[in-house]
Design a binder for this molecule. Structure first.
Ligand code: SAM
Length: 353
């Protein structure tokens, strides 16, 4: 809906609908953090006293939350006035293995909203809000959001690209994973390809600690080696058969430096693969929901994160293919091609040639 073609009343209605959506997400954040959805999923219909008995919390607030959730159509109410989480909502809100798991998105938005004063300062004066400053909720939510895609779909989809599957399947194959976050991409690759050794590089120390715990819990700490290091300087030369960067190039203050390091790190005949946002080829207004969503994430998180560092390229989440091609060419690659992996969440896979 373009604002030029709507009445004042329609536009006000649209904003009211947006306010309801924003309130849904913040109320979902409360229920997620308090463990109330998990209790509802595990214990069935409850009233406020039963909810706080199982999960803790303040019963008066719990009653307001339960009623708000039912008023919003998320919970249903039994004839005995107890509240129930339908199975479809339970999957979206409590199942970390589901591709539809979206509770972490509420955490992402709440973590960004908590930084509003710093964001206003950055928008007024330049500079930014770095990844570490967004804090544990942001880092963990990013990891939780991407985990099911990596665990369930990454190897299966890469396996459909013949030469990549061949490279990953060879005995002794070495892979680099740039900006691994929670480590789920490295873990998924090591799990799917039993002789593969992954070296991960991430500049954020708490992410490295989180990913190491995840790799240890998965029993893969020998073959998933996670380094606290800047990928621009730590990769080495001619070492890897495949070098991956999953959803991080658009965040980097100096993407060309990291892409050049990835190019040097790959062995002849190897592959450099970037997974980044599946944005439209050009700016459009109004845009589709994917670009709208990604502009929102860019405003609140990725652009301020990238711009928190000096001499930043200031890319933002909406990194279009032409922008990646320009960065790749500046880093010494000749071109960028899109891999035939469709329908992979918000992402697209590029091969840098
Ligand atoms: C948006 S997160 C993506 C994490 C993960 N790949 C995923 O898909 O969930 C971007 C990650 O890149 C890391 N990062 C940023 N600059 C980096 C650099 N120069 N070298 C290595 N990692 C970097 C951040 O610490 C962060 O963990």
């Amino acid at each position: 809906m373009s604002s030029g073609t709507v009445t004042t009343e329609q536009f006000a209605d649209r904003l009211m609908a947006s306010a309801l959506g924003a309130m849904d997400m913040l109320a979902i954040h409360l229920g997620d953090r308090l463990g109330w959805y998990r209790t509802l999923a595990e214990h069935g219909p409850v009233d406020a006293a039963e909810l706080t008995e199982h999960a803790g919390g303040d019963t008066r607030y719990a009653r307001e939350w339960l009623e708000q959730q039912a008023a919003a159509g998320i919970l249903t109410v039994t004839p005995e006035h107890r509240f129930e989480l339908p199975p479809s909502a339970a999957e979206v809100l409590t199942d970390p293995t589901s591709l539809s798991f979206l509770a972490p998105l509420a955490r992402v938005l709440a973590a960004a909203a908590a930084k509003t004063p710093k964001l206003v300062h950055a928008y007024r004066n330049g500079g930014g809000v770095g990844w570490a400053e967004f804090g544990a909720d942001m880092r963990e939510a990013q990891s939780d959001m991407n985990r099911p895609w990596f665990e369930q779909r990454l190897a299966a989809e890469l396996g459909t690209v013949d030469d990549i599957d061949d490279l990953l399947s060879r005995p002794g194959t070495r892979v680099a994973d740039i900006g691994f976050g929670g480590g789920w991409s490295s873990i998924a690759l090591a799990r799917a390809y039993p002789s593969l050794v992954v070296d991960g590089f991430d500049i954020d120390e708490p992410s490295v600690a989180m990913a190491k715990r995840n790799a240890t819990d998965a029993g893969l700490s020998e073959r998933v080696r996670l380094h606290h290091a800047d990928a621009a300087t730590a990769l080495g030369e001619n070492l890897y058969d495949v070098v991956f960067a999953f959803e991080c190039i658009h965040d980097l203050p100096r993407p060309v430096e990291v892409l050049a390091a990835m190019r040097r790190a790959v062995r002849p005949g190897g592959a450099v693969i970037v997974m980044d946002e599946a944005v439209a080829p050009d700016f459009r207004a109004p845009a589709d929901d994917t670009d709208r969503f990604l502009y929102g994430i860019s405003l609140l998180i990725c652009l301020p994160d990238g711009r928190a560092h000096p001499d930043s390229a200031g890319t933002g989440t909406v990194m279009r293919q032409d922008t990646l091609r320009r960065y790749a060419q500046d880093a010494g690659f000749s071109d960028v091609e899109v891999l035939p992996i469709d329908d992979f969440g918000f992402w697209r896979f590029y091969r840098l040639t």
